[in-house]
Design a protein around this ligand. Structure first.
Ligand code: GLU
Length: 280
């Protein structure tokens, strides 16, 4: 099996040291294995993703000396391909329409309810059928039914990153309690949930190893569940450490101070960047 990995930035801001670290690690792992390194723009958030950030990311990666195999995959260019998967979830009886606003959800979960964490949907629209779907409704996953359909099947993934190294099986109780009925599609705003689009494109692109930051580790059980429901192969995951600022906080898009373009304009070399993220 050829080792194939990818770097999958969302073009919603500048490439900073944390992204550079992620891209370099994935690139170097692929090259060391004689495998392939692909570039994918995760631009399904049509409001926040901008072509100018896309172009800037390509420029910074090129400047860093990274090369990728094949053309860049832009998710916005094949949005309709995801519909087939949503249709499959619907045919499996796993979707329901939801008209709750974020404020509705917040109000419902702020009432004391044992065992309901703030991120988990309280189930207000759960009894609705797909036939009652109105324009503008989001589509949610019946997590309980999904888990029931997965019963008896292996739902697990192999992790090779240092912090979480090993085999991880998905725990049904935890999935109900911590993940719950997530939104898989939202008309207009977010056509398909980014974690689903990302997992599906890993399959489409034949990714054998997902190399990415530890901040995404918690999404992995959900992504693996969705892939198994669709009977798709599950890649190996490698979650790497995060690059943090001086206060120990992980770098975010708004950390323009650590943008690669800023270091470039100050005369840094690609080797300097590698040194700054502890890679030499
Ligand atoms: N697009 C995600 C991000 O920029 C990365 C998703 C992934 O690597 O799986 O944070």
């Amino acid at each position: 099996m050829t080792f194939r990995t990818r770097f999958a930035p969302s073009p919603t801001g500048p490439l900073h040291l944390g992204h550079a670290y992620s891209a370099i690690i994935a690139h170097d792992m692929a090259r060391a294995a004689g495998g392939e390194f692909l570039l994918r723009m995760e631009d399904t958030d049509l409001q926040r993703a901008k072509p100018e950030w896309d172009a800037a990311i390509v420029e910074d990666l090129t400047w860093l000396g990274l090369t990728w195999d094949g053309p860049i995959l832009r998710q916005s260019e094949h949005l309709t391909q995801y519909d087939a998967y949503l249709d499959r979830f619907e045919a499996m009886g796993l979707l329901y329409p939801c008209s709750c606003s974020r404020a509705d959800i917040r109000a419902a979960v702020s009432a004391p309810q044992e065992g309901v964490s703030h991120d988990v949907y309280p189930g207000t629209c759960k009894q609705r059928s797909m036939a009652s779907r109105k324009a503008g409704d989001a589509l949610r996953l019946h997590m309980d039914r999904a888990l029931a359909q997965l019963q008896g099947r292996t739902v697990a993934f192999q992790e090779t990153g240092e912090t979480y190294k090993g085999q991880h099986a998905i725990d049904a109780d935890k999935a109900l309690q911590d993940i719950g009925d997530v939104v898989l599609s939202r008309k207009g705003e977010e056509i398909i949930a980014y974690f689903l689009a990302s997992a599906l494109d890993d399959v489409h692109q034949g990714i054998t190893h997902v190399v990415r930051g530890e901040d995404l580790f918690d999404f992995t059980p959900l992504q693996v569940m969705l892939l198994r429901l669709l009977e798709q192969p599950v890649p190996v995951y490698h979650h790497h450490r995060l690059i943090r600022d001086d206060a120990g906080k992980r770098l975010a898009k708004r950390d323009d101070a650590r943008a690669i373009s800023k270091y470039r304009s100050e005369g840094a070399t690609p080797q300097d960047i590698r040194r700054m993220v502890g890679l030499t």
